[in-house]
Design a protein around this ligand. Structure first.
Ligand code: PQ2
Ligand code: NAD
Length: 214
């Protein structure tokens, strides 16, 4: 079944994770990065998760999953090492309206988690439809080599300039021409070499010459 890819803003959303092992720790780290308020239900936690509890970054309900323990959550990740428990928790969570991920049963997931890399606001994700998470990881490592920190820097600049250019250039043709001038490999290559001033000059030149055309 083809899936619908989205980027969820989880800030202020209550999310739960059932189980506190290494897979749970990876998922919880990403939930926190997306601004979620995380509750974890598990008798035992990894040391990384224990540290998050001590730092009051997550809430810990120190018990095994039991029917009725899942409250109203926007999202629930079932990540114990017990298939029957994951299945029961998933069923309860879904019946209470949560989006559900089950780490050992792709067929029971409302959503799966892709492999990801970021460069500032640039986010590149890889999914294999659950067929090979190891391949997703391999591709992610290749992408990390291919797309360096210069893309984050470029994006910062592009975001700021784009706002300016929306006001300065009236037609979409002019804006299109401008981005053809600036979004080129030369600027990215200058940024990669750490030649920020030269890259800035090139962009300033493009802004100036595009402005003259308007
Ligand atoms: C991408 C990543 C994101 C993340 O978890 O953050 C992620 N798995 C990662 C790694 C990884 N997972 C596994 C291995 C061992 C090698 C292998 O088995 O292939 C490795 C590699 C490693 O650890 O080196 C084992 C595994 N994974 C699943 C099962 C159950 C099953 O298949 O039935 C089993 C068998 C467990 C067992 O045998 O007991 C299921 C899922 N794993 C997914 C995501 C979803 C599908 C994503 C997609 O479409 O590809 C899905 C469906 C559900 C979900 O978890 O959302 C993360 C990469 C992080 C990175 O980039 O480094
Ligand atoms: N989706 C993925 O990316 C992925 C990757 C590797 C493994 N897996 C699967 O995920 C499962 C979990 O892997 P792990 O390495 O985190 O396991 P783990 O053994 O490190 O941790 C299991 C956790 O579940 C908790 N737990 C056990 N029974 C529970 C219960 N009844 N209620 C609440 N918590 C309970 C334990 O206390 C422990 O914290 C594995 O069984 C494997 O099938 C998924």
């Amino acid at each position: 079944m083809p899936v619908y890819p989205i980027n969820l803003d989880l800030s202020g959303r209550h999310c739960a994770c059932i189980g506190g092992g290494s897979v749970a720790a990876r998922k919880v780290e990403d939930l926190l990065q997306a601004g979620a308020l995380v509750t974890i239900i598990s008798p035992v936690l990894t040391s990384a998760l224990q540290q998050l509890v001590q730092a009051q970054k997550i809430i810990h309900i120190a018990q095994q999953y039991q029917p009725g323990v899942i409250g109203a959550f926007f999202m629930v990740i079932c990540a114990t090492n017990n298939k029957a428990v994951n299945r029961a928790a998933a069923e309860e969570a879904r019946s209470k309206g949560a989006l559900v991920n089950v780490v050992d049963a792709p067929e029971l997931c409302d959503f799966t988690v892709p492999s990801k890399m970021t460069r500032g606001d640039l986010l590149i994700t890889v999914s294999t439809g659950g067929k090979s998470p190891a391949l997703a990881k391999k591709l992610r490592l290749e992408l990390e080599d291919r797309y360096g920190p210069e893309y984050g820097t470029y994006l910062e600049w592009a975001g700021a300039i784009r706002e300016q250019m929306k006001n300065r250039l009236e037609t979409s043709k002019e804006r299109e021409y401008f981005w053809q001038q600036t979004l080129d490999d030369e600027v990215l290559s200058l940024l990669r070499q750490g030649r920020l001033k030269d890259a800035e000059e090139k962009i300033k030149y493009a802004i100036g010459s595009t402005g003259l055309k308007s």
